[in-house]
Design a protein around this ligand. Structure first.
Ligand SMILES: [Zn+2]
Length: 274
């Protein structure tokens, strides 16, 4: 009874009526965020395992999604950090996103996708509202998809900060980025209580990481001292060189293990802010 994902069975209700966010990892970068009365899906990927030929590399998907697009059901918006890489936006993910009520992505991505896609530049925001008065402000954040100078190779990427009108803890979705001064700036502007951190230390272009490695994740945890760190983008692809276990070992070694919340694929998980 996967349709039950949308129910509030797992959600913790606080005294003021607000519920803790529930996050379900679908696989890779794809996660369903149920918070503040909204259902938001990050970087949709629903294809079966297989190969994707990009101009510079063939990406190999090793694991299918824990939940199908049908099992996810209706969402209020799809948040696409970038549309140009198959590990963040695959064929069936694209079909799903283009049918969603809202699709929010980079300016360049919105131009490529057309249809319902809305582009945001870093620090631009948009709002989703429901008839019952619930609202969420979605602000695009800067992201650098690899070391300094990678931008012409990687193309544009953004992350997202989600600020809920009902006071539900704010969530920062990093998108594909490494730790750099842009993420530090996000921490200064938006002291999020939950960070959905795109990790995995992806490598496709050389001996350097294109997404957060364990060091980057630890830097991010220090920059957001109030946040629970929820890693995604750690499994399901051959070019990921670190996994959730590497993060757990690293956080534990640094004495910050309790700040890490690991998700089990396909299991709706209540994420309590610290
Ligand atoms: Zn990417």
């Amino acid at each position: 009874m996967i349709a039950g994902i949308g129910c509030r069975l797992w959600a913790k209700r606080w005294a003021n009526g607000m519920t803790a966010p529930v996050i379900t990892l679908v696989g890779g970068p794809t996660a369903l965020i149920e918070a503040g009365g909204f259902r938001l899906l990050t970087d949709p990927t629903f294809d079966s395992p297989g190969d994707y030929k990009l101009p510079h590399v063939t990406l190999k998907k090793t694991t299918g999604p824990a939940l199908s697009a049908k099992e996810i059901g209706p969402v209020d918006a799809v948040l696409v950090s970038h549309d140009q890489h198959s590990d963040n936006f695959d064929h069936s993910g694209k079909t799903f996103a283009l049918q969603a009520p809202r699709l929010i992505t980079t300016l360049a991505g919105a131009q490529r996708l057309g249809g319902n896609a809305q582009g945001l530049a870093p620090l631009q925001s948009t709002e989703l509202k429901k008839p019952d008065g619930l609202s969420v402000r979605i602000t695009a954040t800067p992201a650098r998809h690899g070391p300094a100078g990678i931008e012409p190779l990687s193309g544009d990427v953004i992350g997202f900060v989600l600020d809920f009108g009902d006071g539900t803890p704010s969530i920062y979705v990093t998108g594909d980025t490494v730790w750099y001064d842009g993420v530090a700036d996000v921490a200064q502007r938006f002291p999020a209580k939950i960070v959905l951190l795109f990790a995995g230390s992806a490598r496709t272009r050389g001996p350097f990481n294109l997404t957060m490695n364990t060091n980057d994740a630890i830097e991010t945890a220090h920059a957001f001292p109030e946040a629970t760190i929820v890693p995604v983008h750690t499994e399901g692809w051959a070019h990921f060189t670190q996994n959730a276990d590497d993060l757990a070992k690293s956080f534990t070694a640094l004495g910050i293990g309790p700040r890490l919340k690991l998700l089990e694929r396909g299991v709706p998980t209540t994420v309590d802010p610290r």
